[in-house]
Design a binder for this molecule. Structure first.
Ligand SMILES: C[S@@+](CC[C@H](N)C(=O)[O-])C[C@H]1O[C@@H](n2cnc3c(N)ncnc32)[C@H](O)[C@@H]1O
Length: 354
């Protein structure tokens, strides 16, 4: 049995999410990428997709509609294609996932990109009208707080009508009881961890761990030898400890200044960290000095074959400091964090004779 599914990710993380999907569920075939969306065909039971860590939401496709024009006649085509779709298999999968919950209500969420001769609400009405006719009688449309959500996505000449299988806990995570300003979205933290190519022998360090999201995600993603975290603020460490306890992830914490880590040279195999952006935490001027010290100190504590994954809004500054301080950048990925572009750097220590 093959299922046509899509996941929503933070824009910029589409290909990375698919690399997690393919590694976890071999045989899954990519259909297409779009901004913030990855469409694929898989034989994996959709419930298992909810264990993915780098995606925000999972959907089962009810209708995949091609040839959606920008003219008003597209509304009829959307309506007709949705009416023809058989929702029963998707409803039964939803029922198995949300065991014991009897859905009574549904709503439609619409997303539409590009200039068109109709509005997003018109497209939504066309699809809702079809769903009203084709869904079982016991399901009633509502505006808010629906038990079940259908999502309509229209981009270029394509449309997807999907049933949302995930709920908000997929992206917010239940362990995240404590939040700090500048705390990272768990799916982005997971993406950083995925890029660090986890192995069970990793000694993982987040030297500026804040509420500890990265280390928790790393612990939940795959076994590791040791997880070490620290922050200059006691308050952050208290929160990080609580989050790790709730998530049942073992992390050793210290309060420290990341410029002078109480760690031996070449003692960690992975550094994964979200550096202060100089907006909510720090200032751009202070960042310059801080970043230079960090580039040196991280180089000291990482093993020669180790990997470092960092996220920062200071792309140019961090990139040039890495080059000047013995690092070789393997990969860069641009994403959006708190409305501003941020760059993920994957780096290793440059080989001496390179
Ligand atoms: C962007 S936040 C990290 C957020 C974290 N990834 C999370 O999800 O909560 C940066 C953290 O660096 C800490 N910090 C700033 N300067 C530091 C320094 N010199 N040494 C250690 N921690 C520092 C701040 O207290 C803050 O918690």
């Amino acid at each position: 049995m093959a299922y046509l599914c899509y996941v929503m990710t933070m824009p910029g993380l589409e290909t990375l999410a698919f690399s997690e999907i393919r590694a976890r569920f071999p045989g899954t075939e990519l259909v297409k990428y779009s901004r913030g969306l990855t469409l694929f065909r898989t034989s994996t039971p959709p419930a298992e997709l909810l264990t993915l860590r780098t995606v925000e939401d999972v959907f089962l496709v009810i209708a995949h509609i091609h040839g959606v024009s920008a003219k008003r006649e597209a509304l009829k085509a959307l309506h007709a294609a949705t009416i023809k779709a058989d929702c029963a298999p998707a409803l039964s999968i939803w029922g198995r996932i949300h065991k014991g919950k009897r859905a009574r209500t549904w709503r439609l969420v619409s997303q539409m990109y590009g200039e068109r001769k109709y509005r997003r609400v018109d497209a939504g009405d066309a699809v809702s009208g079809a769903l009203r006719k084709s869904l079982p009688q016991y399901l009633h449309p509502v505006k808010e707080n629906a038990d079940m959500e259908f999502w309509l996505w229209i981009n270029n000449n394509e449309a997807l009508v999907g049933l949302r299988l995930s709920d908000a806990t997929m992206r917010h995570r239940l362990y995240k009881q404590e939040h700090l300003p500048a705390s990272l979205r768990p799916t982005v933290a997971a993406a950083l961890c995925w890029l660090s190519r986890p192995t069970k022998d990793d000694v993982v360090l987040d030297p500026l761990c804040g509420a500890g999201t990265i280390l928790v995600e790393r612990g939940l993603m795959a076994p590791a030898d040791e997880l070490l975290g620290g922050d200059i603020r006691e308050e952050a460490i208290a929160m990080a400890k609580r989050n790790a306890r709730v998530a049942k992830v073992d992390v050793e914490y210290g309060t420290w200044d990341a410029r002078h880590l109480p760690l031996d040279p070449e003692s960690v195999t992975r550094i994964i960290s979200n550096l202060p952006f100089g907006k909510q935490i720090g200032t751009p001027e202070k960042n310059r000095e801080l970043y230079e010290d960090l580039a040196k100190e991280f180089h000291r504590v990482l093993t020669p074959d180790g990997l470092m994954v960092t996220l920062t809004s200071e792309e140019r500054l961090w990139g040039s400091l890495l080059r000047a301080n013995g690092w070789h950048v393997l990969k860069k990925l641009v994403i959006t964090v708190l409305g501003q572009p941020a760059t993920i750097f994957v780096a290793e220590r440059a080989k001496k004779n390179a």
